[in-house]
Design a protein around this ligand. Sequence first.
Ligand SMILES: Cc1cc2nc3c(=O)[nH]c(=O)nc-3n(C[C@H](O)[C@H](O)[C@H](O)COP(=O)(O)O)c2cc1C
Length: 327
Amino acid sequence: MIEFLGIQLKTPLVLASGILGNNADILSRVHGAGCGLVTMKSIGPAPRDGHNNPTVIDLGCGMINAVGLPTPGYDNMDAEWQALADRHFPLNASIYGGSTAEFAEVARFVSDQGPDCIEINISCPNSDLHGMLFGVDEKAAHAVTAAVKQVIDVPLIAKLTPAAPDIGRIAKACEDAGADAICAINTAGPGMVIDIETGRPVLAFQKGGLSGPMIKPIAIRCVYDIFKTVSIPIIGLGGITTGADAVEMFMAGASLVGMGSAVRYRGIQVFDMVHRELVDWLAAHNTTREAVMGAAHHPAGTPAGTITREPVSIEKDHTSQHRKNTP
Ligand SMILES: Cc1cc2nc3c(=O)[nH]c(=O)nc-3n(C[C@H](O)[C@H](O)[C@H](O)COP(=O)(O)O)c2cc1C
């Protein structure tokens, strides 16, 4: 078992938000397939349809999507919350809002539904700042993190966007405002794909976020930068598909590794597969996950496995009466 913010996880692997929705049976199957922490699709303040189809295109080297954050709204999910109340797996509830006040409103309600932690998706437009992303502005990131922290009684994870000019500073602002962990990255871009026969953008929304293997170097760089600025744990995701990718992400500084697009490429069994590949790699190199965490930050010539800063605190105690998972 791995302890993360006081939550017991069976593997260091996390399901990324938005990949498999919010159905308790499906999320339970992902946990059964080797996922340690299961993240819900982002939940918003009011019903929202999302964008028209096509919304997701597989480009081979990754995916482009403009799903548009469809949500029934936090208070239209009675059946989902009821089914999730009886779960036997650690649940990370992802939320978003159009303003700091909306984030706090959603967070307060969701916290009462008993997730093990809450992730704020601060990669969406911020109406407080006239359409900017919360996640590219230090003050906005600090304000929304602080507002949510005040109204929840479970650990808080801030999910960041690679669109930030200096993602390390945004992460630090979130940590200063009370975030217990950072999750990076959300999709990169936006990008565009044009059908050369019609001459039109393929996505109905025209532009979309990039994910999968093509964004892995961006995600690795982001986690590397964040590790330098914060002492809270980092969930590293973006393009992770294999155990070797996971090792690279740990070396950048991640404590846990998330996967989204990989589920499309390798099925939900990807969690068991990547875990096995990770365990095999660590055994073949006679080392441990803890030892490789942050290894890329060692001075040149320092053998991997010798950590030069305090191990990332993944054992913070966040005892919560809401916690449903059994260790
Ligand atoms: C179809 C799709 C839907 C997504 N929906 C959400 C979402 O609702 N909330 C969120 O925070 N991230 C969302 N993401 C971003 C992923 O959680 C993840 O950060 C991103 O895809 C990078 O990881 P990956 O390369 O492993 O897919 C979505 C990604 C995809 C591909």
